[in-house]
Design a protein. Structure first.
Length: 117
């Protein structure tokens, strides 16, 4: 059974930081592109950041320079370090795993991030 379990969300003040984690099980983690997506109320889900099995990263323009994605293949975990958070970052953050052959995709259940004073 495949599971992607996100953690680390919560309430933070503007300018603060959070680190999200996504622990994967049931997959050969090193064969998957991993990503973080988010969905704010009333908006479509959008890509935040991705990291390839070879650790090549890609970021949405809105988070470049503030967010960092990383992976630990030994722990089958992907992280999202979020700094300088602002209210526009408020959303449910989802972890996604894409097999490198492009045929299999898994999603986590999401973790809420709320940026508010």
């Amino acid at each position: 059974q495949v599971q992607l379990v996100e953690s680390g969300g919560g309430l933070v003040q503007p300018g603060g930081s959070l680190r999200l984690s996504c622990a994967a099980s049931g997959i050969t983690f090193s064969m998957y592109h991993m990503g973080w997506h988010r969905q704010a109320p009333g908006k479509q889900r959008e890509l935040v950041a991705t990291i390839t099995p070879g650790r090549v990263t890609n970021y949405a323009d809105s988070v470049k320079g503030r967010f960092t994605i990383a992976r630990d293949n030994a722990k089958s975990t992907v992280y999202l370090q979020m700094n300088s958070l602002n209210v526009e970052d408020t959303a449910v953050y989802y972890c996604r795993a894409d097999h490198r052959d492009g045929r299999t995709v898994y999603w986590g259940q999401g973790t809420q991030v709320t940026v508010s004073s």
